[in-house]
Design a protein around this ligand. Structure first.
Ligand SMILES: *[C@@H]1O[C@H](CO)[C@@H](O)[C@H](O)[C@H]1NC(C)=O
Ligand SMILES: *[C@@H]1O[C@H](CO)[C@@H](O)[C@H](O)[C@H]1NC(C)=O
Ligand SMILES: *[C@@H]1O[C@H](CO)[C@@H](O)[C@H](O)[C@H]1NC(C)=O
Ligand SMILES: *[C@@H]1O[C@H](CO)[C@@H](O)[C@H](O)[C@H]1NC(C)=O
Ligand SMILES: *[C@@H]1O[C@H](CO)[C@@H](O)[C@H](O)[C@H]1NC(C)=O
Ligand SMILES: *[C@@H]1O[C@H](CO)[C@@H](O)[C@H](O)[C@H]1NC(C)=O
Length: 280
């Protein structure tokens, strides 16, 4: 006899629960406030935040590649702690050598973001991430690395998901400056969370043209469409989830008094955990 709809749903749910419970996801939740649980260690001149599950390094690491606010931002450390709670060793390098953008200066006249970006070129970020990957492999003795990249960091997780770069499975939220070539180079499962705040018209269906060009700076519907076209053409293991009413930066620092923003942060956190549970 064919299974009923309810039986089919129950089987699907049981499969999901087995993924969830096998990775202690049932104890996972996002900390929105409180004291960071981790510690900093200076590794070859780079200050690195460590958050351990149960106080010891585990078998799987998550390399958290931050937004422009970096490790000084409380929400970044709490997000790392929240992911660690699900059983991972979470490692967050200071990408900016003490020069992260202070949240309060973001809109202020004192900060020239264009000029700030020239102080932190891709070559510097790549050097710090390579050093961190080596540290995870050789000092922490962890061979499997998931990458979680937010905004600025969303460009670098795909770069390090390329063959031989060290990240095995990726999750990115509202990536900025992501280029088609970086998506093209991805060589591992990738999960993408984005904001749904742009209404779009028809998009080009010419994948070759998309692959040749640069993707949009903000991860809007055009960028989403382009990324999906490239990943589908590569037969990549991927997913994209977009959240309504979620502003840029929602996975890290939404206004949690607004229901849709709080939901978007928490759902994208579980999106990352489910992805790592399945593929890392
Ligand atoms: C890390 O250590 C190096 C060498 O001891 C030192 O020069 C540097 O200032 C330290 N950096 C941080 C971020 O503590
Ligand atoms: C910001 O910095 C860029 C690059 O240094 C410069 O071209 C631009 O004029 C600066 N903008 C302002 C408003 O100072
Ligand atoms: C990693 O392995 C090396 C060599 O076996 C060992 O000396 C070191 O203590 C290990 N580090 C950790 C954090 O377990
Ligand atoms: C997406 O953003 C880019 C700029 O980054 C813009 O040129 C493009 O028109 C946007 N697409 C849509 C559908 O809004
Ligand atoms: C796509 O990838 C899956 C999973 O790796 C594989 O089983 C399948 O054969 C691939 N399909 C094509 C057309 O390459
Ligand atoms: C967060 O949202 C609430 C409710 O809309 C609003 O009153 C408050 O000003 C917002 N906080 C920030 C920092 O934008």
């Amino acid at each position: 006899m064919a299974p009923t709809v309810l039986q089919t749903l129950a089987i699907g749910f049981a499969a999901l629960v087995s993924v969830v419970s096998s990775n202690a996801l049932s104890n996972a939740y996002v900390s929105h406030e409180g004291e960071p649980a981790g510690f900093f260690k200076n590794v070859s001149g780079v200050s690195i935040y460590h958050s351990y599950h149960n106080g010891t390094p585990g078998h799987k690491a998550v390399l958290h590649v931050t937004d422009i606010y970096g490790v000084p931002l409380l929400e970044n450390k709490l997000l790392a702690d929240s992911i660690a709670r699900a059983g991972y060793t979470v490692i967050v390098p200071d990408l900016f050598a003490g020069d992260a953008v202070p949240v309060e200066d973001r809109e202020g006249p004192a900060l020239n973001l264009t000029e700030w970006r020239t102080r932190h070129p891709p070559a510097d970020i790549e050097r710090i991430l390579s050093l961190t990957v080596d540290y995870i492999h050789n000092d922490l003795n962890i061979s499997r690395i998931g990458g979680a990249g937010y905004c600025f960091g969303g460009k670098y997780v795909p770069r390090f998901l390329a063959e031989g770069k060290g990240i095995d499975v990726g999750f990115i939220a509202h990536p900025s400056g992501l280029e088609a070539a970086e998506i093209q180079g991805i060589n591992g499962p990738i999960s993408i969370a984005g904001e749904l705040n742009t209404i779009h018209g028809l998009m080009s269906k010419d994948v070759d043209q998309i692959i040749a060009g640069e993707l949009d700076n903000a991860f809007n519907v055009t960028a989403r469409y382009n990324a999906e076209a490239i990943l589908t053409s590569k037969n990549a293991t991927y997913e994209t989830n977009f959240y309504s009413g979620a502003p840029h930066g929602f996975a890290v620092r939404p206004n949690i008094t607004v229901a849709r923003q709080k939901y978007a942060k928490e759902a994208s956190y579980f999106q990352a955990l489910l992805w790592f549970a399945a593929w890392l």
